[in-house]
Design a protein around this ligand. Structure first.
Ligand code: IPM
Ligand code: MN
Length: 356
């Protein structure tokens, strides 16, 4: 009997629909190669949902997500919606609520450097000679993004950084469990030398760590962590971060791999349900030109099969297909270096699908 999955597909704005088309091209290939059947339900989300339904996260879209086994998201936002009041904009009225509504507190962002792309990295080859394979585990539904009060009063404005023990415990468990399956090391990122919430963070992470005797734990202040990432990225295995520090450090880590367009992500809750999206955003400046890199979207599809459907072999074959295409010298503009062949978004998508 073949497996059957329900996937909600939210292409979104900017380069979202372009890279999603390549993700779906790869999905079509997966269906045949692995004999899986998928029911796809597409819905508007983000700016396009504001245009078509008057809000970034319409109830109909949320319902489709809730009735699916997993959500594949492109990216949302763009200049067209930046003049709206902040509370109506796609990011605040779409992305943050969908994460919260679906209980997706754990955001996994694997920053892996393909050896063929060392030259595309802004770091010296010497620094990358031992490779880089980091999993950023970012807390996604708490911290300063969601803490209240959050107030604007004329020329005074404030956000609140709050974490509670249960919130820290559950994300710490995710990080330690991931480390057990990988390099056996967790580096917890905080600012415990200044912020009270981060003193609690460090205490709780240390306690949870005692339950994982096979995992080595160290702690770095976020400023030092940002510096160490460019000095010696290979020292990291799992980086455990609160919401804002994880946002910042995952962008930094992704750029080391050559491009923001290489970084996929999985956002998970307690069960197998998850939302999968490239970490890089809607890149409105390059939308519609056929130059966006769809690899983060395609890897996000791979993560969907690995984490929501427990099909690691599908993730592996997607990863290998990407590796083969890079090995053959094909590059989108963002990761192009001389001597290679520059191809469009859809060309690289086809090459990857064909190489499965
Ligand atoms: C990300 C993005 C979002 C975030 C924005 C668009 C709200 O930067 O997913 O990293 O800060 O979480
Ligand atoms: Mn970000």
């Amino acid at each position: 009997m073949e497996d059957s999955y329900n996937i909600a597909v939210l292409p979104g704005d900017g380069i979202g629909p372009e890279v999603m088309a390549e993700g779906l091209k790869v999905l079509d290939k997966i269906k045949v190669a692995f004999n899986v059947s998928c029911t796809i339900k597409e819905a508007d989300f983000g700016g396009i949902a504001i245009d078509n339904h008057g809000e970034a996260l319409p109830k109909s879209t949320l319902d489709i997500c809730k009735s699916s086994d997993a959500v594949l998201l492109g990216s949302i936002g763009g200049p067209k919606w930046e003049s709206l009041p902040p509370s109506k904009q796609p990011e605040r009225a779409g992305l943050l609520p969908i994460r919260k509504e679906l209980g997706l507190f754990a955001n996994l962002r694997p920053a892996i450097i393909f050896p063929q792309l060392t030259a595309a990295s802004p770091l010296k080859e010497e620094i990358l000679k031992d490779g880089m394979d980091i999993l950023v585990v970012r807390e996604l539904t708490g911290g300063i993004y969601f803490g209240s009060p959050k107030v604007r009063e004329g020329d005074k404005a404030l956000d609140t950084l709050v974490y509670t023990r249960p919130e820290i415990e559950r994300i710490a468990h995710v990080a330690f469990k991931a480390a057990e399956q990988r390099g056996g090391k967790v580096t917890s990122i905080d600012k415990a030398n200044v912020l009270t919430s981060m003193v609690l963070w460090r205490e709780v992470v240390t306690e949870v760590g005692k339950e994982y005797p096979n995992v080595k734990l160290n702690h770095l202040y976020v400023d030092n962590g940002a510096m160490q990432l460019v000095k010696n990225p290979n020292q990291f295995d799992v980086m455990l971060c609160g919401n804002m520090f994880g946002d910042i450090l995952s962008d930094e880590a992704s750029m080391i791999t050559g491009s923001l367009g290489m970084l996929p992500s999985a956002s998970l809750g307690q069960g197998s349900f998850g939302l999968y999206e490239p970490s890089g955003g809607s890149a409105p400046d390059i939308a519609g030109q056929g130059i966006a890199n769809p690899i983060a979207q395609i890897l996000s599809l791979g993560m969907l099969f690995k984490y929501s459907f427990n099909r690691k072999e599908i993730y592996d074959s997607i990863f290998n297909a990407i590796n083969n295409v890079l090995e053959a010298g094909y590059r989108t503009k963002d990761i192009y270096t001389s001597g290679n062949k520059e191809v469009s978004t859809s060309e690289i998508g086809t090459l990857i699908a064909d190489s499965l």
